[in-house]
Design a protein around this ligand. Structure first.
Ligand SMILES: Cc1cc2nc3c(=O)[nH]c(=O)nc-3n(C[C@H](O)[C@H](O)[C@H](O)COP(=O)(O)O)c2cc1C
Length: 243
C-alpha cells in the first residue's frame, strides 16, 4: 500500500479495552493492525483487556499491579506508535481503560502517534473518538492521528468478524493517513532504550493519586533536543546537557 521507507520494523503497541470474549473492539483493533502490517514492517504487542481487565482494579500505585500489567505499561511507554480502542460505556471509554492510562508516565507519550478507535452499540456515539479519546491523548501531548475508526455492532458478523465494506474503507483511510506521520515517528524503532529509565521510575513511584510537579517532568524521550529547539525559538542558549 505504501513505499514508506522504514528500515527497522516499527514497535507498535495496540490496546483493546474490550472486556468480553469475543470482543468487537478487539476485532476492530486487530483489523487495523493487519492493515498497517500490510503497509509497513511492524512488531506488535497487543494488550487485551479481555485478559488483563480484572487485574487492573484495586491498584492505586503502579507497583501494586501484577508484573504482567507493569510490563504492558512499560510497553506502552516504549512504543513508537499506539493503536488504542475501547468499547463505548455510558458515552465514554470504559473506566478500566482510563484507569490503565492513569498509570502511564505523564511524559512518556510526548509526540507518539496514536490511532484512535472505538466500538459502540449506536452510531450516535461516534464522536466519542473526538470528545473523549482525543483529549485524553492530547493530555499526554501524544500525536493523535487525523482519522480515527468507529464501529458499531452492525458492522460485525455474529462471529465478530467485520462484514461492513464501509468500515474496511475507513480502516484503510485511517492507516493511509497515518503512514506519512509514522514515517517521522520520533524513534523509528529506537525509542525503547531511551524510555527504560522512565518506566523503571514509574514502576517504583507512580500512583494515580500523585500529581507530577512541572519541575519533575522528565525531558521528552521523543524530542531529546527540545532544549535546543526552545533555544532557537527564544534566541536562548541551550541548557547544558546533564549526563
Ligand atoms: C455497560 C455498557 C455500557 C454501554 N454504553 C454504550 C453507550 O453509551 N453508547 C453506545 O453506543 N454503546 C454502548 N454500549 C454498547 C457497547 O459499546 C458495544 O456493544 C461495544 O461494541 C462492545 O464492545 P466489545 O464487544 O469489545 O465488548 C454499552 C455496553 C455496555 C456493556
Amino acid at each position: 500500500m505504501s513505499n514508506l521507507n522504514v528500515q527497522k520494523p516499527l514497535n507498535i503497541v495496540a490496546v483493546s479495552g474490550g472486556l468480553n470474549t469475543p470482543s468487537k473492539t478487539e476485532a476492530l483493533v486487530q483489523a487495523i493492525i493487519n492493515e498497517l502490517g500490510e503497509a509497513i514492517p511492524i512488531n506488535v504487542h497487543f494488550i487485551k483487556f479481555s485478559e488483563i481487565g480484572r487485574l487492573l482494579g484495586g491498584a492505586i500505585y503502579r507497583n501494586q499491579l501484577p508484573q504482567r500489567v507493569q510490563d504492558d505499561l512499560a510497553a506502552v511507554e516504549a512504543a513508537d506508535a499506539l493503536i488504542v480502542g475501547t468499547p463505548v460505556y455510558r458515552a465514554s471509554f470504559t473506566g478500566l481503560f482510563k484507569h490503565f492510562f492513569d498509570f502511564v508516565e505523564q511524559t512518556a507519550l510526548v509526540d507518539v502517534p496514536v490511532l484512535l478507535a472505538a466500538s459502540g452499540g449506536s452510531e450516535r456515539h461516534a464522536l466519542v473518538l473526538e470528545h473523549q479519546l482525543r483529549p485524553l491523548f492530547s493530555f499526554f501531548q501524544a500525536q493523535t492521528l487525523p482519522i480515527g475508526v468507529y464501529a458499531t455492532d452492525k458492522d460485525f458478523t455474529p462471529e465478530y468478524t467485520i462484514h461492513s465494506g464501509l468500515l474496511h474503507e475507513r480502516i484503510t483511510l485511517a492507516v493511509a493517513r497515518a503512514l506519512p506521520i509514522l514515517e517521522w515517528a520520533p524513534a523509528k524503532g529506537q525509542r525503547a532504550e531511551a524510555i527504560k529509565e522512565k518506566s523503571q521510575l514509574a514502576n517504583q513511584n507512580l500512583g494515580i493519586n500523585k500529581q507530577i510537579e512541572q519541575e519533575e517532568v522528565l525531558p521528552s524521550a521523543a524530542v531529546p533536543s527540545l532544549d535546543a529547539a526552545e533555544a532557537r525559538l527564544h534566541h536562548k542558549k541551550p541548557k547544558a546537557h546533564v549526563a
